[in-house]
Design a protein around this ligand. Structure first.
Ligand SMILES: Nc1ncnc2c1ncn2[C@@H]1O[C@H](COP(=O)(O)OP(=O)(O)O)[C@@H](O)[C@H]1O
Ligand SMILES: [Mg+2]
Length: 343
């Protein structure tokens, strides 16, 4: 196990800066989720850490040691990428043991170690099967077992679950978290799925156009996003500009803190009512555009005038069914206003 430290890393592809002065620490034994839209540099950062790419500027340290001259196979990194491929002609046990065989680990030790990781990923007894005799989720576990069989210091996972359907993905998230805890390996997990990041990680980082926008514990980033991009990327956010334009939602009652560039309000912090709320809360009048029932909650879209719409998560199942088109009020407590950036 080891910490990974990325210092001022810039990676260019011709004119493009795929990574732009990225500095990030991945703590020993931590589970870090790297988030960002497609093309933001997530895969590039993993490839730099793994040693497939050499940064134009900056350095990577693993366990305190600069790794500039350490080749991929010596960095003691386990990897599982989006398009991981198992060897179709090898059995599960042979697939998992492959990394040990190329390291000339003796057969008895290989058998022992493969048995151990197959048990860890709950595939004991399936060692003799071929990949085509496995389900998608089982194949995923084989790939994970193969990535950790050599006891790497660091585990790099590049959108490993994105090909799975929703139910299976949630199962695998729970599994992955359990296995990571059990092994205690420093893990860097790339995803574009914010829910996945929140489920799994103890720290997250958001990349945009090769730059690190923000990093920290999920709660902190969620509750105190540094800008409106971070606010929208991690969770949904309704945004209020600052200062508010004069034409903004006529009849609104707002008491907003001074000195922010904008404000965000999370959909779940909002209460939807047909009549104006008590006057000790922030309140915006609007028109209900859409209400979509989804089991334990309803997702509502409210037109607040001037072309703006806000999203509301309504968890009150007893709320009278307001018809679409109805005049409504949105309200929220002062403490649920999230100031963003400095004005
Ligand atoms: N080998 C490469 N050559 C040229 N451009 C690349 C190469 N790899 C990645 N890029 C570009 O770098 C940017 C970041 O890519 P990537 O790290 O794959 O993003 P992400 O994984 O966040 O989707 C993209 O604009 C991509 O097109
Ligand atoms: Mg990628």
């Amino acid at each position: 196990m080891a910490e990974v430290s990325v210092r001022g890393v810039t990676m260019r592809f011709g004119e493009l800066k795929a990574l732009d002065d990225v500095t990030l620490d991945f703590v020993d034994g931590g589970f870090f989720a790297l988030l960002g839209p497609s093309g933001s540099g997530k895969t590039t950062l993993l490839r730099v850490i793994a040693g497939f790419l050499f940064p134009d500027e900056g350095e990577v340290r693993i366990a305190g040691q600069p790794v500039e001259r350490v080749p991929v196979e010596k960095r003691e990194i386990g990897m599982m990428f989006q398009n991981y491929a198992l060897f179709p002609n090898l059995t599960v046990a042979e697939n998992v043991g492959f990394g040990l065989r190329v390291r000339h680990v003796d057969r008895a030790e290989e058998r022992r170690r493969v048995g151990e990781v197959l048990e860890l990923v709950q595939l004991e007894g399936l060692g003799r099967r071929r990949p085509k005799e496995l389900s998608g989720g089982q194949r995923q576990r084989v790939a994970l077992a193969r990535a950790i069989v050599t006891n790497p210091k660091v585990l790099l996972l590049d959108e490993p679950l994105s090909a799975l359907d929703k139910a299976l993905r949630v199962d695998m998230q729970i599994e992955l978290k359990r296995i990571q805890r059990e092994v205690g390996i420093t893990t860097i997990f790339v995803t574009h799925d914010q829910e996945e990041a929140l489920t799994l990680a103890d720290r997250i980082g958001i990349l945009r156009d090769g730059r690190l926008v923000q990093a920290g514990p999920p709660r902190e980033v969620y509750n105190a996003p540094v800008d409106s991009f971070a606010a929208r990327f991690l969770g949904e956010a309704n945004l209020l500009p600052s200062p508010l334009p004069d034409t903004f939602a006529e009849g609104a009652r707002l008491a907003l803190p001074e000195g922010a560039a904008a404000y965000a309000v999370r959909p779940e912090a909002l209460t939807l009512t047909p009549t104006p709320p008590e006057d000790d809360v922030n309140a915006l009048p609007g028109r209900l555009v859409q209400r979509v029932f989804a089991g334990s909650m309803a997702t509502c879209v409210v037109d607040i005038g001037g072309g703006g719409t806000w999203k509301v998560i309504d968890r009150d199942p007893d709320l009278p069914q307001l018809p679409e088109g109805a005049a409504v009020w949105l309200s929220w407590d002062a403490e649920d206003t999230i100031p963003i950036g400095a004005a």
